[in-house]
Design a protein around this ligand. Structure first.
Ligand SMILES: [Zn+2]
Length: 312
């Protein structure tokens, strides 16, 4: 009986492995000529090509513009194939909203084809510091999908913190507010359709992550407040989670950053005990429904506390 039981378990596991299928990378319509791929909200995996993130596609008369090129050469190819299902226009430009792996490590795939890469100078500076480490780290998770992936940057980075580009008659405002999830995070706003690609400034439906050594909870909060003031009526394609409005951004990103800074940061400045602060912060009904709350929220409390304790 025992043996049969074990065999049964083995078969069940095999069935599970066999049923793990790659996700379909597919752009959904957001507005006229504007599309988004809404990635999975969990971790990067081989099955999701490291695309646990959202990406944009804007179709113009003179070609398509991809917003964020994916975490690898393989991911970039997936995004290109998904774009080809929406438009016959080839991708003629890639805009990077940040320096986290999934925002830019696919640049090389497109640069090889002569596609222009558009990135703010301060974002390129942040990418340069991290590229090699990000690629080494992702090889552990994504294995051979990382083959051919090189850190490739915009050849003519944008010096300004705010720049309007016109491609095929469509305007793209690329704008930096402050260092957020990563240094050099930027947004892309389309004035005509009022769509805002917020990059990693905004997480909805899942909790954001304050990453030690990368995220600045203080200026991230400033950045999202500025973003909300600047584009109050925008339709938002967040960095992670479903397309939404600013009301949801406020409830699930801004209010959470306010809590981390005003409660946790303040407690650290007042030299309270971290254990007491963590215990008080454990169950927050206003954020508890967000995905991966149980895993990331305690870490966020910890990293924000340490950030302030170190005199930031
Ligand atoms: Zn991200």
């Amino acid at each position: 009986m025992k043996l049969i039981g074990l065999m049964g378990l083995g078969l069940a596991l095999l069935a599970q492995v066999a049923s793990a299928k790659p996700v379909e990378v597919k752009f959904e319509k957001v507005s006229d000529h504007v599309y988004a791929y809404i990635g999975e909200m969990g971790d990067r995996s081989v099955d999701n090509f490291g695309l646990n993130s959202n990406h944009g596609l804007v179709v113009t008369d003179k070609g398509a513009v991809l917003i964020d090129s994916g975490a690898s050469y393989t991911a970039a190819k997936q995004l290109e194939a998904a774009a080809a299902k929406v438009t016959k226009q080839p991708i003629v430009a890639v805009i990077n909203t940040g320096s986290q792996d999934h925002r830019w490590l696919g640049n090389g795939y497109f640069a090889d084809k002569g596609v222009e890469i558009v990135t703010l100078q301060r974002t390129v500076d942040a990418q340069k510091k991290q590229g090699a480490g990000q690629i080494a780290g992702l090889k552990n998770t994504l294995g051979e999908q990382m083959m051919g992936t090189e850190p490739v940057h915009a050849t003519k980075p944008v010096a300004e913190d705010r720049k309007t580009l016109t491609i095929g008659g469509a305007d793209f405002v690329v704008r930096y507010f402050a260092d957020a999830h990563f240094a050099g995070d930027a947004v892309v706003y389309l004035p005509k359709t009022k769509v805002l690609f917020s990059g990693d400034h905004v997480y909805v439906d899942r909790i954001l992550g304050v990453l030690p050594g990368h995220s600045n909870p203080k200026t991230w909060r400033t950045a999202v407040h500025e973003m909300m003031k600047t584009y109050p009526t925008a339709k938002v394609v967040p960095g992670h989670g479903q397309v939404c409005d600013m009301k949801k951004v406020k409830a699930e990103t801004t209010n959470y950053l306010d809590y981390l800074n005003d409660v946790v940061g303040k407690a650290a400045t007042n030299m309270e005990e971290i254990d007491v602060v963590s215990a008080k912060a454990r169950d927050l009904p206003q954020f508890k429904h967000l995905k991966v709350y149980d895993v990331l929220h305690p870490k966020n409390v910890n990293s924000t506390f340490l950030f302030y304790e170190q005199g930031n």
